[in-house]
Design a protein around this ligand. Structure first.
Ligand code: SF4
Length: 414
């Protein structure tokens, strides 16, 4: 009666948490199975970033019940934290984001009723003890103190809180002992790390630099969290991977204001120009939402122009998706779906051009790659450089270790 099947939807943080859930259950005597039809517990680790994500959750739970009527369905994660009322009938057991990381407690008690707990401001220090990936993500922060007009995350994950330095260092030392050479520091808002103790992200990085980890990478950052002290620290670092993922969302002042983002286009451009100066070969990725309410085609063109001016390396393009309970969902000037698709296609094309330019600039350079231990269906192994260039090779490199390789055009793509 202790077999479980777990499926995680959504972002990288959620994927990691799905692995933590599996590890937690295995430590408590549960057996993970790959076929949901033989599981006693069907666990769905949900995401609620888009309304299509909600429909997917409902569909998967219904399918699980049809395929395996004897299984207990367990819905965990963002959708439970954000929309408990909506989903209360969808599964046998509901666990929110803080409860899910201690899932074994709940399943051990045969999913008994549990007391309502207010753990919102406690960071649950749970890490993967046996990560399978060659570059390992570490969650250093949870939650968000902002209230962007389109976003449900503050409701789903609560206010910002940070993991303690000593926990993070212990985890890094553990990963070093497993032979890992890169960690990726992730969270919902890693620029807020340490806020509750009057500390800054660089205070944590100073400690990380003292460990034996060879290199570290930062997850997504809000543009005005990249202050001069942090940038100067990173520019001098020999362990920092020159890769920035910026949560820009738009490069048009009107749209930024409507989104309730707390910076202007000029601040974005100034910050990015500083990044180019301090990190001449850094990969500069950015998230952009297209078709936000009241974004006209002129506003959209303004964003494109500024993106080109900024010389970013790649864009992650998201057509705006209405989230119930957010300010943007009831704003006037909703953009038709067909128009969102047109804008998304146009921006992806811009992104492809930017990426090509970035890759061209790197051809012939010696870069430091870490390879996966998996071989893909073409018999190739994927490697990622410090500045986030992906290559594919048939050489069979030792995974998790850094390999210096001169980048050639034919290594790109598979
Ligand atoms: S900064 Fe805005 S978009 Fe990001 S998690 Fe917070 S509210 Fe959501």
């Amino acid at each position: 009666m202790k077999k479980f099947f777990v499926k995680s939807l959504g972002c990288k943080t959620n994927q990691i948490e799905g692995q933590i859930i599996a590890e937690n259950l295995k430590e408590h005597g549960f057996e993970q199975v790959k076929n949901s039809k033989v599981a006693n517990f069907f666990i769905l680790n949900s995401c609620t970033v888009t309304s299509s994500a909600d429909s997917e959750v409902k569909y998967l739970l219904n399918k699980a019940k049809r395929d395996n009527p004897n299984a207990t369905t367990v819905l965990v994660g963002c959708i439970v934290s954000a929309q408990k009322e909506l989903v209360k009938e969808w599964a046998d057991v509901l666990l929110d984001n803080s409860e899910k990381l201690k899932i074994s407690d709940y399943l051990e008690e045969k999913i008994a009723e549990h007391a309502e707990k207010n753990t919102e401001n406690i960071f649950e220090n749970v890490f993967l003890k046996n990560p399978t990936s060659s570059r390992v993500s570490i969650k250093i922060q949870e939650g968000c103190n902002n209230s962007c007009a389109y976003c449900i995350i503050p409701r789903a994950r609560g206010k910002s809180r940070s993991n303690r330095t000593e926990n993070i260092i212990e985890e890094i030392n553990h990963l070093v002992s497993l032979g890992k050479e890169e960690v990726i520091l992730t969270g919902i808002h890693i620029g807020l790390w340490g806020l509750e103790w009057g500390k800054k992200l660089e205070d944590l990085l100073i400690e990380i630099e003292k460990t034996d980890i060879k290199r570290y990478r930062l997850g997504s950052l809000y543009v005005n969290e990249l202050d001069d002290n942090l940038l100067e620290f990173l520019a001098k670092s020999e362990k920092f991977c020159p890769h920035f993922h910026l949560s820009l969302q738009s490069m048009c002042n009107k749209t930024l204001q409507n989104m309730k983002r707390k910076y202007t286009v000029q601040e974005e451009l100034d910050k990015i120009s500083k990044l180019h100066k301090l990190f001449p070969n850094a990969f500069l990725g950015a998230d952009i939402i297209v078709g936000f309410p009241m974004e006209t085609s002129v506003d959209f063109e303004e964003t494109i122009e500024n993106i080109k001016k900024a010389r970013l390396s790649k864009l992650h393009v998201f057509p705006y998706s209405k989230r119930k309970g957010t300010v943007a969902a009831v704003m006037e000037g909703q953009v038709p779906e067909s128009e969102k698709k047109v804008r998304a296609r146009k921006l992806i094309k811009v992104s492809d051009e930017l990426l090509n330019e970035f890759l061209e600039r790197n051809i012939g350079l010696e870069l430091n790659f870490i390879f996966d231990d998996k071989i893909n269906k073409f018999g190739m192994q994927k490697g990622v450089s410090e500045n986030y260039i992906e290559i594919f090779s048939k050489e069979n490199y030792a995974p998790s270790k850094i390999h210096k390789i001169r980048l050639e055009r034919e290594m790109l793509g598979n």
